[in-house]
Ligand binder design. Structure first.
Ligand code: FEO
Length: 399
């Protein structure tokens, strides 16, 4: 028995830390790494494993499991989510524990077979079904599209522990402890929760709202997500509040200015607009050069603030490529309720502003101020137009 792994009663943490991978999903930077959390319930004669870990960490994972249960068998493997950062070790777990019964819903088993060729005994659950152990009673809640269609959550009614899958998770490894009370979560976990949400789950605001509604009456005493710290005490309403706010696309007063600029001319437009917004009294002005800031950080700021202003040079008769990539990511997340302003530039044939206008129409954002188009470099008129756009956006934000 390893006392260090205990979360509560007979629930243990058996997750692992990844400080090697640079990009989560081969897309999103991991400056503080990421944890893949798995949990083990050692309930007298019955052992239950909740989710697994990335296959790269199987050896250390298995060692953690055996430190707790020795050579005893595991009866059940509950699969809350099938993305391979959590399901990656299913096949190897099945090889080590051939009689294990996999618990999932209708959507889960096809994915297990498809990804891993694993079949065998299974326990298929519907929304609200339960699995009663000696002491623990696991109730299953289907929460589709938080983050994939098969996602579900498992609530241990005996201890009030919610195994929530990706929900309420964040980037950042668990250095030393895994309980929020034993680590300094202020260092980066909260910011990384917002970046995690906006990048990974951000498209699914409406399913997240449905899941929050479904879970709202549960007496939750601990949230065990598949990434990041275990949340307890006052942090439970805090993390639920963050998910509620982000999934409603609710915002704080502030403006993100995201721009591309090859030689600094378009950047001068951004600087002039930003200075005027600030002069009008908006304190949260966040500027991102899209060639330098990774889009994951820009998206997190766009999720946070009400105003968005985008600027782009014309490049090969199109938007600047990094601006185009950012706008595609914004569109694919169904972000709502933003004030939107835009500006652009060209050298000999204009295109960027026309493309930004098309984006504005598609996004259904509320357009603020007049679009500005600059030829080659700033003129007296461009300064005036940029200040006007800044003023209009500030008025709307402070409105
Ligand atoms: Fe952490 Fe959707 O997997």
């Amino acid at each position: 028995m390893n006392a260090q792994s205990i979360i509560k009663g007979k629930i243990h943490y058996v997750g692992v830390n990844d400080r090697t991978k640079h990009l989560f999903e081969a897309l999103w930077p991991l400056p503080y790494g990421v944890s893949y959390n798995s949990y083990l319930i050692d309930d007298d004669d019955t052992v239950v494993l909740i989710d697994t870990v990335d296959i790269c960490y199987f050896e250390v994972y298995l060692r953690k499991i055996k430190n707790i249960i020795g050579e005893r068998p595991i009866q059940y493997l509950v699969i809350n989510h099938m993305e391979p950062d959590h399901s990656g070790s299913i096949r190897l777990i099945k090889q080590h524990y051939p009689n294990i019964v996999i618990v999932g819903n209708k959507q889960t088993f096809g994915m297990i077979e498809g990804f891993y060729g694993v079949t065998g005994e299974r326990y298929m659950v519907n929304d609200g079904d339960y699995l009663a152990l000696q002491h623990h009673k696991l109730r299953f809640f289907l929460t589709p599209m938080v983050h994939w269609p098969e996602t579900m959550m498992t609530f241990d009614e005996a201890e009030g522990v919610l195994f929530s899958g990706d929900a309420f998770g964040c980037f950042g490894t668990l250095d030393g402890g895994f309980l929020d009370a034993r680590i300094n979560t202020e260092r980066h976990h909260w910011d990384e929760m917002e970046r995690y949400y906006s990048n990974i789950v951000g498209k699914y605001g409406s399913p997240v709202q449905k899941a929050l509604q479904k879970l709202s009456t549960l007496p939750v005493k601990a949230i065990c997500s598949t990434h990041g710290p275990i949340w307890t005490g006052d942090n439970i309403p805090k993390v639920i509040g963050i998910y509620d706010r982000l999934s409603r696309y609710d915002t704080e007063p502030g403006v993100v200015i995201a721009y591309g600029s090859m030689y600094g001319n378009t950047e001068q437009m951004a600087e002039t607009i930003a200075a005027e917004i600030s002069a009008q009294g908006v304190r949260n002005v966040v500027m991102h050069n899209v060639s330098k800031s990774h889009s994951s950080y820009i998206l997190a700021d766009i999720f946070r603030y009400r105003g968005l202003i985008v600027g782009s040079p014309t490049y090969n008769g199109q938007l600047f490529p990094e601006v185009e990539a950012l706008l595609s990511k914004v569109m694919s997340r169904d972000i709502k309720n933003r004030y939107f302003g835009y500006f652009g530039s060209f050298c000999w044939a204009s295109a960027a502003v026309k493309r930004l206008c098309e984006f504005a129409e598609k996004s259904k954002f509320e357009v603020v101020g007049n679009p500005i188009e600059m030829k080659q470099s700033m003129s007296e008129l461009t300064y005036v137009q940029c200040e006007e756009l800044g003023r209009d956006m500030a008025t709307r934000i402070l409105g």
